[in-house]
Design a protein around this ligand. Sequence first.
Ligand code: IMP
Length: 459
Amino acid sequence: MGAATKTGYADVLVGLQFGDEGKARIVDHLAAGYDVIARFNGGANAGHTIATPSGALRLRQVPSGVLHPGVALYIGSGCVVGLQQLASEIAMLAAQGISLEGRLTISDRCPLVQPRHVLADRRDGARIGTTGNGIGPCYADLAARMRGAERVAFQLRDLWCDEGRVFELMTRLASQADDDDEAIAAMVDGMRHAWRVVRPFVTNDAVALLRRVEAGARVLFEGAQSVMLDVVHGVQPWVTSSHTLPAYAYVGGDLPCRYHRKTIGVAKAIVSRVGNGPLPTELGGQRSEAYCAAAAHAGRGRADEAASHDPLKLLAEADAFSTGVAIRMLANEYGTGTGRPRRVGLLDVAQLQRAIQQAGVDEVYLNKCDSLAAFSHTPERCIPVIVAGEAGSASQRVLQFPAFAHGSIPTDAASPLPPQLEALLAWLAHAIGRPLRGIGLGPERAQMRLLEPNQQTTP
Ligand code: IMP
């Protein structure tokens, strides 16, 4: 028997590149059309930024629909919970006048990130360039379950049952891996306090979201990281440790997949990646990768680059590495959580086509179109776009589109787009075979432009 017509549905939104495509601002934009915004994967490794009139709001675990008071928020069992980070996020939002009471629900099946996981990630994650939040070791322990005679994984529901015992076991497990007992005790103590803040939001109802959908709720699942960082389909070991493909929304989001309606992909007009691993179209190639890794290690970021470089001069040099630094500065490509410089690359349409096909994407939003204006300062005054083959390989094909000046980007919704951008977007929609629903022309909420159906190229 099919779902009754009165029931709700779910859409899934995922990033199509290497993370940081600006998913949160699209979720924020779409949120009013949904009743629930839900997370299904990852944890405090996600850094989601939404521009607000009172400054940027930085979220890590709370779903990005938070600015819409009528929208409920759900953290599904596929997410790992960092208690202290979640408690401080709740406090940060409360300080801004945003109460989550009665709005946020967290599955009690969520695995708990333990001090041991954070310590192990900080020790072993550097080669991958992880965010250091203990996410990988937490998912690993969930699968391992036991070490010798000891349980190594705990879910929020274990804290409900016997928090004293769980905190004691976590302390012991951490001490076996690290001899800084004082630091471990402080971490566990922080978790005890944080649990008091988080506990009221936790539900033991495994069908809490399903009930709402059966009653008519419209759900938007918000993916963290991106399809290229999927633990199985990304390039090991330079991936995150959860499943990022949209099908996983129904496993980690606690809803039967029969309620799926459509899949929304978010990409950006220049590509970026934090941490190590392949970024085939990286401007400056290995030099950029090594430079960004060293900067992350030394804690150098935005301020250091701003103090040492003039981006317009770098763009005039006609050197790929310099162009990458300049675009990072102009497009503000620095990690949300960590402040690390992101590695910057050209738009890779071949990669986008594969991601759209594999993830079954129905429609696309393209952020950071304004950052393409940087190419008007290069000697060629052209926007290079990779359309086939591996970057640097003999099979690689690059198309050059005429650049447009930053000054020609409209500041109001009524003014037309620069014709060069219009042409590029029409070509792109045709190339990916999916409609482009909206584009980002700057970080502010008002700088998101929806495209009229006649501006979209549908297959
Ligand atoms: P982890 O998820 O902290 O284990 O990190 C594994 C890889 O995923 C690293 O390359 C991280 O930089 C990357 N990563 C994790 N979360 C994000 C994100 O929200 N945006 C972009 N990259 C991320």
